[in-house]
Ligand binder design. Structure first.
Ligand SMILES: [Zn+2]
Length: 217
């Protein structure tokens, strides 16, 4: 496959939009895996010499849960695009106008044409309602929405409500996401492809809408 035939898919969605689940389904259907910024940073740190101040800093920021600077984020994505040969699925990237502009430059340099942004849309109210009903497994991190269970069906560990899932912190988080998604959408509308997906339907419904719209581009 030449680079100009390669498909690059970027997924964005509000927290609790179900985007993560859809990324998993989409990647599985294409027999590939997805990359989130956390995956790329972990891989980089694992192979890095941590006595190097650059990587030391990267690890410190990662351990604190801080986002990496745009220049590092785009470097990691660029490496990922260079080293992978087929379809690449990026989860929650790009996440700002600057990242999106740099991402298109990286694609152009690699002769990758028309990357595709898939946005799993839910209203702010829906995202808020879902987030408040969400439990996270303390063992494997699986997310349960609206479940009455207190034990994870995958690993048997306890399900907990995340400490930061109270209404005002969730609302604040959503208010940060919404303009970011709008920014990135704008860049893709002028340079790439944007697929708007209705996230307020069943998991299967969302998955088939994505599959259909992807097959039409
Ligand atoms: Zn679990």
């Amino acid at each position: 496959m030449t680079n100009s035939e390669r498909k690059i898919y970027c997924f964005l969605g509000l927290p609790a939009s179900g985007k993560g689940t859809q990324v998993e389904i989409f990647a599985k259907e294409r027999k590939t895996k997805s990359f989130g910024m956390g995956d790329l940073i972990r891989a980089e740190i694992e192979s890095a010499d941590l006595s190097d101040p650059f990587y030391k800093k990267m690890k410190e920021e990662y351990d604190k849960g801080n986002p990496q600077p745009d220049s590092i984020a785009i470097d990691l994505v660029q490496k990922c695009l260079e080293y992978s040969t087929g379809t690449v699925i990026l989860d929650n990237f790009p996440f700002s106008t600057k990242q999106a502009e740099m991402f298109f430059e990286a694609c152009r340099a690699l002769h990758i044409v028309k990357p595709c942004l898939i946005i799993v849309n839910v209203s702010k109210e829906e995202a808020l309602t879902r987030a408040m009903k969400r439990k996270v497994c303390s063992g494997c991190g699986s997310i349960y929405v609206g479940s009455e269970e207190n034990i994870c069906s995958k690993c048997g560990a306890a399900l907990i409500t995340r400490a930061d899932d109270n209404e005002s912190t969730v609302a604040t988080r959503l208010d940060k996401y919404i303009p970011r998604i709008d920014e990135v959408r704008k860049v893709f509308l002028s340079k790439g492809i944007v697929l708007e997906i209705n996230g307020e339907q069943s998991i299967e419904g969302v998955a088939s809408e994505i599959a259909l719209k992807v097959s039409e581009v």
